[in-house]
Ligand binder design. Structure first.
Ligand SMILES: Cc1ncc(COP(=O)(O)O)c(C=O)c1O
Length: 266
């Protein structure tokens, strides 16, 4: 596995990425948006560059789909994945989009009902797409819930959502910047409404515990991205992730909460 390095501001190092692409690369996999830093990666460019070498690309869109409209065909993504619970739907279910040519070329990864077309002891023929990959009785309730969540999102004006969330990001960054000893991790020029930070001398878990007591939901720790934390030489961050239902008053509450945490812990 070769890793695309991350620059100090949280953007991918596209010069190194260009150098990494060669005939030995089987697949490129990147986040559309970083859950830990909020960086919006230039996925269209990443896909285009990989395709120049005939390399397929998988985009993890778990953090992008709640924040923006995604057109997998316009992106020309070979695979695009996201989780149900990130688009306000059920847990334990998600979407794997793949181009037919790749899915047809891939063997089933699980055996069970519906994934076969004909079975005998001599020979088994697998069912066509998508059944080949849907062994066993599916999560029917989950699919109905996920469908409802996607329909709900499709009913929103995602351009307006993006603009509003961007204003929340600007406000949160400005207001948090007034706190002495704050260090932002992830300052890319293209960011989703995610603010990851550390307070000098305080562990993110302690800050998070106090914010939690104040009724402010942030996530603390390594955000399932330990190599990224190692890259920045930190144990983790405090991360506030804002969505279209959040308000400017809630950002004020976050800022006041962080100040209270500092008063109590220092
Ligand atoms: C970018 C990204 N990919 C994958 C995941 C994991 O998704 P799941 O919990 O559905 O496995 C998350 C968050 O949980 C995420 O932020």
């Amino acid at each position: 596995m070769k890793v695309i390095p991350v620059l100090d501001n949280g953007q991918l190092d596209m010069d190194v990425y260009a150098q990494l692409l060669n005939e030995k690369v089987k697949i490129v996999a990147v986040n559309h948006i970083s859950n830990a830093l909020g960086t919006i990666n230039p996925v269209e460019k990443i896909i285009g560059m990989a395709h120049e070498h005939g390399i397929p690309v998988l985009i993890d869109g778990a953090q992008a789909t709640p924040h923006m409209e995604v057109d997998v065909q316009a992106l020309d993504a070979d695979f695009y994945v996201f989780s149900g619970h990130k688009v306000f739907g059920p847990t334990g279910i998600g979407i794997l989009y793949g181009k037919e040519k790749w899915l047809n070329a891939m063997p089933p990864y699980q055996g069970g009902g519906e994934m076969i077309s004909r079975v005998s002891f001599e020979k088994t023929t697998y069912n066509e797409l998508p059944f080949k990959f849907e062994a066993g009785t599916p999560d029917i309730a989950g699919v109905i819930g996920l469908g409802a969540a996607i329909e709900y999102l499709q009913g929103l004006d995602m351009e307006a959502v993006r603009e509003y969330e961007h204003q929340l990001l600007i406000y949160a960054t400005e207001q948090l910047s007034t706190i002495e000893g704050i260090r932002f991790i992830g300052t890319a020029s293209e960011k989703a409404s995610v603010v990851s930070f550390l307070i000098e001398g305080l562990h993110p878990y302690d800050v998070g515990a106090i914010l939690d007591k104040l009724g402010i939901a942030v996530r603390t720790g390594h955000h399932c991205a330990q190599p990224l934390m190692d890259r920045f030489g930190i144990p983790g961050t405090v991360r506030a992730s804002m969505a279209f239902y959040n308000t400017f008053e809630e950002i004020d509450a976050l800022v006041n909460g962080v100040k209270k945490a500092i008063d109590l812990l220092k």
